[in-house]
Design a protein around this ligand. Sequence first.
Ligand code: FAD
Ligand code: DLZ
Ligand code: SF4
Length: 509
Amino acid sequence: MVKRMILVLGDQLSADLSALRAADRETDLIVMAEVSDEAGYVPHHPKKIALVLSAMRHFAEELTEDGWQLAYTRLDDPEASRSIVGELMRRGQAHGTSEVLVTRPGEWRLIEALEAAPLTVSFLPDDRFIASQEEFDAWAEGRKDLRMEYFYREMRRKTGLMMEGEKPAGGKWNYDHDNRKPARDDLLRAEPMQFTPDAITEEVLDLVARRFGNNFGRLCPFWFAVTRTQARRALDHFVKNLLAGFGDYQDAMLTGDRFLHHSVLSPYINIGLLSPMEVCQRVEEAWKAGDVPINAAEGFIRQIIGWREYMRGIYFREGPRYSARNALEHEAALPAMYWGAETGMHCMAQAVAQTRDEAYAHHIQRLMVTGNFALLAGVDPARVQEWYLAVYADAFEWVEAPNVAGMSQFADGGIIASKPYVSSGNYIDRMSDYCRNCSYSVKDKTGETACPFNLLYWHFLWRHRSRLERNARMGTMYRTWDRMDKARREAVLAGAERVLARLDAGEVV
Ligand code: FAD
Ligand code: DLZ
Ligand code: SF4
C-alpha cells in the first residue's frame, strides 16, 4: 500500500534531499518523471536536456538499488502526460493517493503549478543550500543596500571556511584585487574532466537527438558527468589541475579556449550531484595543504558560498514576479546572432559558438560580452532571460533570473547591481585577445569600423541619462561625455543609431 508520493525533480538528484530524508521506504512511492513541459518551457540546449535526463535515470537506478519503490516515467512513454502535475495525478490514481511530499522546487513556475494542483502537496525546505531562506531574509531585512560582500562574510563565519577564529585567513576577506590578469595562451592547460557516455546515456542521446535535434546547440560530443561518482572525480580533477590559476585568470577570455581555469562544476552542483559545501571543503583542503594560493581558494569559495547563495536568496525573497521586471523599459528583440547567425563581432561570435558547442560560457563571457551587448542594445530582459535559461546546462530559474535580470540587465532597478554592468570595447580588449581578430576596431570610437560596444555604450548612457546620472557610481561617465566635443558626441550617437537600426532590421552587425 502506497501512502504518499515523494516527488524528485530533475535538479534534485541528491541522496540527502530533504524529501528523501523524510520519506519511508515501506510506504512511500518515489515519483520521477521525464515530461515534455519541463523539456519545453524554453528551447533547452540538447546537451542540457541530455544531462538532466541521463542523470535522472542514473539516480533512479541508485534509488532502486537502495531499496526505494519508484515510479519512473520516460519521455517516450506513450502513457505519459505532459507535465509534472499530470504525472503525479496519473501515478496517484493508480496507487490510490493524492498526497505528495516535495523539496521546494527551484522555480516559482513549478511551485505555483504544484500549489494549484488538485493534490495535497507538502513542501520541505531545500536545505542543500548553506543559508536557509529565513536566514537570508533576516540578513536582508531593513538593509538599504544588499551588498553581496557583507552576506558573504556572514557565510564565512557560519561555515568556518578559511577562517582563523573570528578573522578571515590571511587577514583579508576578499582577494579579488589579485584576480584581474588577462590570460596567456597556454597549450598545456588542463581541460575539465570528460566522461564517455555509457549505455544509459547513449539511449538518452538517441532520444534527445530525435526529439530536440532542432534546438539550438550541439548534442555531441557529450561528456558531462551524469552520476555523483563521476562528478566527484571532476571536482578532484579541477582542484588538482586547474584551481591554482582560478583566481588570477577568472576574468580572462581567450579565443578558442572555452574553459580556461574555470571548474565547469555548476551543472553538477545545480542538479544535486555535488553539494556546495563539499566542493568548498575540497578547495579549502587544497589551500591548507599548500597546493593552491589563497587568492584562488578564497575567490572560488566566494563564488559558491557568496554569489550562489546570495542569488538564490534574492530570487525567493523578491517573489514570483521578479523575473518579469523591466526597470529600463527595454523592448528590442534578441538579435539573431545569439542563435548563431553571422556577426562581425568576434567576441560575440566566440561566446555564442562555444555556448552552442558546450552549453557553457564562463562568467565574464556571460556578463561582459553577451549580457553587456544585450543591455546596450536595449533587448527586452524577458527575451534575454529565455535565452540564458535555454542555452546553459547550469540554468535553472532560481540562479539564472537574478544573474540575468538583476546582475546583467539591471531589470530589477538595482537590487543586485549598484549600477548597470555596461562597458565599451576597452574592457573586452583588456581581458581578452578577441579584438585582435575582429572585423571592427576597438580603437575606433566613431565611424563604420568602430567597435559596436564603443558606440552603444555612450548611446545607452545618453538615453538613460535621467535615470542614471544621479547614481554616484555613474557621475564620472556623464562628466566624460559632457566634456567630449559636440561633433564627436553627434558622430557617436549617429553611429549607435545605425547599429541599432541594423539590429532592428535583422541585418548583420
Ligand atoms: P566557476 O567560474 O568555476 O565558479 C565556481 C562556481 O561558483 C560555479 O560552479 C558556481 O556554482 C558558482 N558561481 C560563480 N558565480 C556565480 C553566480 N554569479 N551565481 C551563482 N553561482 C555562481 N550560474 C548558474 O549556475 N546558472 C545560471 O543559469 C547562470 N546564469 C548566469 C547568467 C549571467 C548573465 C551571468 C553573468 C552569470 C550566470 N551564472 C549562472 C553565474 C556564473 O556565470 C556560472 O555559475 C559559472 O559561469 C559556471 O561555470 P563554472 O562552474 O565553470 O564556474
Ligand atoms: C531542466 C529539466 C528538464 C529539461 N527536464 C526535466 C524533466 O523531464 N523532469 C524533471 O523532473 N525535471 C526536468 N528538468 C528540471 C526542472 O525543470 C527543474 O526541476 C525545475 O526547473 C525546478 O528548478
Ligand atoms: Fe568585441 Fe569590439 Fe573587440 Fe570586436 S572590437 S572583439 S566587437 S570588443
